[in-house]
Structures are given as structure tokens and as C-alpha cells.
Design a protein around this ligand. Sequence first.
Ligand SMILES: Cc1cc2nc3c(=O)[nH]c(=O)nc-3n(C[C@H](O)[C@H](O)[C@H](O)COP(=O)(O)O)c2cc1C
Length: 179
Amino acid sequence: MTRILGICGSLRADSYNRQLLAVLGEYFPEEVSFSIFDAVDVPVFNADLETDGDPAAVTALKDAIAAADLVVFGTPEYNGSIPGSMKNLIDWASRAPNPLHGKPAAIIGGSTGRFGTAHAQLMLRHILVYMHCPLLPGMVAFAHLRDSFDGSTLTDDAIRGRLEKTAGAIMDWLAKVEA
Ligand SMILES: Cc1cc2nc3c(=O)[nH]c(=O)nc-3n(C[C@H](O)[C@H](O)[C@H](O)COP(=O)(O)O)c2cc1C
């Protein structure tokens, strides 16, 4: 059984990025167990919170990453970078023992702006290189997302098609990384 974990950089209930991850998950083969981590209870990082052991939500995050064969990050773009909540999750995960170290990873992202998270994704790549994560090559970015959703439902078949291709590319690439 291959396990793939989605981590979303948005806490918004109707997050486009969580939906993009969820639709991506529909296209993995049956033998893949895909889940999206619910980050809403992860506190802002503060080393004092580690004194009595990690908060429960942080333990859940680190366990989920450790159990995954690959992590897909779904990132929005805030002010040309990743949201603080995404950086916060990575900062928590990076505390020893760091389950992200060397973990195969992929990045997708979408925004309502015209660059579709290109800036944020480059910054996220930089951070994940620091984590020694082998990263799916290329960029999967979606712009002007307000036109592609009805509420939290993806209505754009072209995006669905790209997500289907991305799921295939992730599986092919994971096989190469694990070979
Ligand atoms: C604080 C803030 C800053 C933003 N900055 C950008 C930006 O730099 N580029 C962009 O394309 N969209 C930007 N947006 C719009 C987001 O792309 C949009 O809110 C998107 O829906 C967030 O992703 P989500 O739907 O997964 O929550 C910003 C939104 C917020 C709240």
C-alpha cells in the first residue's frame, strides 16, 4: 500500500487548495491510500510548547508525514509567498526527529491572482530543498481560480485534466525515486 499525504496551506473551510488536493486524490490508483491532514488545530510554533512534549496536533502531523511515502503540498499564495500557516506546519515538522527530512514531495497550488502561486511555489521549493526532500520536477500552478470554482466545487474540466496528469506524474516519479 502506497500512502500519500496532502498538506494544505490554507485553513479556510472552502479552500480552493484543499479542493485541488482532494480532486488530485481521486486520480491516484486504487492501491494508494490518500488523505489530507487537517491542520486547523496546529498552534503557532513556540519552542515553549515543546517543553512538555509536542501538542497533540503536532504529534498527529509528524506521525502522518512519517507514515507517508510522499507528501503533496497544496499551497495558496499570500503576498508573493507561502501562507504563514504552511511555514508553521513545516517548522513544527522539522523539529527532531524530522519526518520531512528526505521525504519525497510534490507541490501544487492555486490562487485567485494571475500568477497562480508561482512565487509561493518557488519559495516552498527552497524550504523543501532545505529539508532534503526530493521534489517532483516542474510546476503545477492554477491562476484566476475564482472562475474555476462554484463555492468549494471545482467546475473546470481543464484543471481536472491537469490534476489527473499530475497524479500520474507523481506515481511515475515516486517509482523512480524509490527504485
Ligand atoms: C493575505 C492574503 C494575501 C494574498 N496574496 C496573494 C498573492 O500574492 N497572489 C495571489 O495570487 N493571490 C493572493 N491572495 C489571494 C489568494 O490567492 C486567495 O485568497 C486564495 O483563494 C487562497 O487560497 P485558498 O482558497 O486555498 O484559501 C491573497 C490572499 C490573502 C488572504
